[in-house]
Design a protein around this ligand. Structure first.
Ligand code: G3H
Ligand code: 13P
Ligand code: ZN
Ligand code: NA
Length: 283
């Protein structure tokens, strides 16, 4: 069934694990996420970015995830990833999303708090959850120095204030991860994460988690991360498998013969992530 983010994170917090939040763009990826969650006995968050909604259409994304959630005993959250537009957030809530992210991280603290609080008031009134973001989670293409990078990271005291004043159900923080494929190995600021977790009772979200070594992910979960976002690693598995299927049979013209293996590859990587996050076998 469809459930809220607050519900699955409450359980995760009580038991000390993280729930995987996987980005979807099409039917095959939605099916892969649900198939993996059923195979692993894990609660799951299926998220769509504004780009995914633009690509597939809000009605299609909603219908796909609703259909998947209706046909399974696994708790499924339908979540908007990196909502930056207030009206887009409202459209998702009206369409039946059980959770939305309002990403006001590009604004000064006061404005981020004001925007996020406005979304929390509306979403909570509609029975949905909200994720906010404090600190800047960059892309891997950024050529920035260590001190510049530090400046983009989440300040623990600001995080305490942001969580208290907005009432968000989950808080995304910047501790050194980045979206997309890493060039080297990411260096996470675990001391900062521990300091944030000490001050903030709200469940913590780690973005940019593709490409982060499993050991670092496990440590982040031990230090309080309760939602982990994965997009890039699914893209890599999906498109690599597509390439292989085409290379193995260049004359193939049946999309099912190309996208079927891609869906299988996505299931494999998602199942592995669920085991690392600790959400596998929790149902
Ligand atoms: O945060 C970024 C996610 O990987 C979504 O990416 O905006 O290309 O859909 P996207
Ligand atoms: P990755 O690009 O590392 O998969 O991060 C995804 C993400 O944070 C979506 O919000
Ligand atoms: Zn993100
Ligand atoms: Na990443």
């Amino acid at each position: 069934p469809l459930v809220t983010l607050a519900e699955v994170l409450k359980e995760a917090d009580a038991k000390g694990y993280a729930v995987g939040a996987f980005n979807c763009n099409n039917m095959e990826i939605v099916q892969a996420i649900i198939n993996a969650a059923e195979a692993e006995g894990a609660p799951v968050i299926i998220q769509a970015s504004q780009g995914a909604i633009k690509y597939a259409g809000l009605e299609y994304i909603t219908a796909l995830v609703r259909t998947a959630a209706a046909g399974t005993s696994v708790p499924v959250v339908l979540h908007l990833d990196h909502g930056t537009d207030f009206n887009q957030v409202l459209r998702c809530l009206r369409a039946g999303f059980t959770s939305v992210m309002i990403d006001g991280s590009k604004y000064p603290l006061e404005e981020n708090i004001a925007l996020t609080r406005r979304v929390v008031e509306i979403a909570h009134a509609m029975g949905a959850s909200v994720e906010g973001e404090l600190g800047r989670i960059g892309g891997t293409e950024d050529h920035i120095s260590v001190s510049e990078r530090e400046a983009t990271m989440t300040d623990p005291e600001e995080a305490r204030r942001f969580a208290a004043e907005t009432g968000v159900d989950a808080l995304a923080i910047a501790i050194g991860t980045a979206h997309g494929r890493y060039k080297g190995t990411p260096k996470l600021d675990f001391d900062r994460l521990a300091a944030i977790d000490r001050l903030v009772p709200t469940p913590i979200v780690l973005h940019g988690s593709s490409g982060v070594p499993d050991a670092d992910i496990r440590r982040a979960v031990e230090l309080g991360v309760r939602k982990i976002n994965i997009d890039t690693d699914i893209r890599i598995a999906f498109v690599e498998a597509t390439r292989q299927a085409l290379a193995a049979n260049p004359d193939e013209i049946d999309p099912r013969k190309v996208l079927g293996p891609a869906r299988e590859a996505a299931i494999g990587i998602i199942r592995h992530k669920m085991q690392v996050f600790g959400c596998a076998g929790r149902l």
